[in-house]
Write a protein that binds this ligand. Sequence first.
Ligand SMILES: Cc1cc2nc3c(=O)[nH]c(=O)nc-3n(C[C@H](O)[C@H](O)[C@H](O)COP(=O)(O)OP(=O)(O)OC[C@H]3O[C@@H](n4cnc5c(N)ncnc54)[C@H](O)[C@@H]3O)c2cc1C
Length: 438
Amino acid sequence: MRHFAIVGSGPAGFYTAEALAKDYGENARIDIIDRYAVPYGLIRFGVAPDHQSLKAVAKRYDKVAESDNVRLVGNVTVGSDVGIEELAAIYDAVILAIGAPHDRKLGIPGEDLPGVVGSAGFVGWYNGHPDFAHLDPPLDGTHAAVIGNGNVALDCARILSKTRDEFQGSDIVGHAFDALDRAATRTVTIFGRRGPHQIAMTPKELGELGHLQAASPIVDPADFPPLEADEALEPGQRKSITILREFAATAPDPAKPKQMIFDFFAKPLRIEGEGRAERVIVERTRLDDGGRAVGTGETYEVPASLVVSAIGYSTPPMPGVAYDEAHGHFLNDHGQISDQLYCVGWARRGPTGTIGTNRPDGYEVAAQVKAAMPPGSDGGKAGGEALDAMLRERGVEATSFDDWRAIERAEEAQARPGSPREKFVRPDEWLKVLGRPG
Ligand SMILES: Cc1cc2nc3c(=O)[nH]c(=O)nc-3n(C[C@H](O)[C@H](O)[C@H](O)COP(=O)(O)OP(=O)(O)OC[C@H]3O[C@@H](n4cnc5c(N)ncnc54)[C@H](O)[C@@H]3O)c2cc1C
C-alpha cells in the first residue's frame, strides 16, 4: 500500500489525484488536503462568475473525489495546522498543488494608496474568497483602471462593465452583485506596456467585449503594426488581434454609456491622489528591437479612483521547500522538488495557461511517483489515519467531500433568482452549515 498527500484541491491537485487513482487503484490511498472546506481552488475563487460553463469542469473533479481510494481533507492549512515534514513522515509522497495566490507587486509609488487593489483581491471579492470578501473596492468614481494585458485583466474590466441583467445565471456573490449595480463606473482603462501583438488575451474572452449591454470597447487604430505583420502570429493570437482590429474599426455605440479603453504602449509610473487613488501617471512607450517596452519620456495622466493591478501571481515560499525567487514558484525538476516532495500546477510552473494545462502537469508527476514507487510496493507509512489522529489532537476540524456536498446544497438553496447559488464567504459559515462550532 502507498499513501499520498496532495496539498491543494485546485485543478492541478485534482488531475494529479485522478492520475494516481487510475495508476494505483486499490494499491494507494490519496488524501487531497485543502485549507478550505470548499474545494477546487480558482475554479471557485478565480474563474469569472459569468463563465459558468468553465466551472463545469468541477464535475470531473467530483468523480475523482468520489473514488474509493481518494479523500478530501478540508479546512486544514498545511504550514500551520500540519507541517510539510510531518506529512512527509506519514505519507510516501507529498505533492504541493497550492497554486499562486499572491499578487505580484507593481513596484511603483502610490501602489499602497486606498483604491489600488491586486487582482487576487478584486477577483476574490466578487467570487467570495474569505480573505477578500470584505475588500469593499471603491466604486464611487466614474473612472477605473486595470493594469495588465492578460485574461485576468479582461475579467476584471468586464466585471466592472457589466449590467445587473448580465450577471443573470452567474454565481457572483451578493455583496459584489449589489455593489457593482450601484457603481458609478463609466470608463475602464486597460493599460498594457506593449502593443496589441504582445497581449496575452484569448479570442473568446476578447470577443465577449463586443457584445456587452452597456459598454463599448475602444482601441486606437494607430496602435497596430501594418496588417501584413499579423501573418507571422500563431493562429490564436492572430484571431485575438483581428478582434482588436474590429474594435478599432468600430465607433463606440452612443447607446452604451460605458467605455472600455485599451491603452497600449502605456507604462504606469505612479499612482497619485489625496489619501486615495485619483489618477495614474503613465509614460508612453515604444518597442525596442528586442520587443521590449522602452519609455519615450512622454507622460500623461489618466483619472482612476479604483486601480486593479493584474500583472501576475506568485506562490508563497514554504519552510524547508526549495524556492525559485526569480520566478515565484517552487524550485523543481519536472515537478520533483526533493526525494518525496513534488509540485504541480501554478506552484510548479507559475501562473500561466488554462485549467487544462494543469492536466499534463499532474499526469507527468504521477508518472514520476509511479516510477519511484511502483504500484503493489509498500512504503510502510500510516497515511491518512496518522493525519486524522494528528488533527484530532490539535483540535483541527477537518471536513470531508460529503461535508462539501452539504455546503454546496445549502448554497444552492439560498440562490438569488437567476443565479445558480449564493456562496457562503467565511470558513465559520461553512462550518455552521455543517453544524460544527469551528
Ligand atoms: C482570475 C482568474 C481567472 C481565471 N480564469 C480562467 C478561465 O476562464 N479559464 C481557464 O482555463 N483558466 C482560468 N484561470 C486559470 C486557472 O484558474 C488555473 O490554471 C488553475 O486554477 C491553477 O490550478 P492550481 O491547482 O495550480 O491552483 P489553484 O486553483 O489556485 O488551487 C490551489 C489550491 O491550494 C489550496 N491551498 C493553498 N495553500 C494551501 C495550504 N497551505 N494548505 C492547504 N491548501 C492550500 C487553495 O485553497 C486552493 O484550493 C484563471 C485564473 C485566475 C487567477
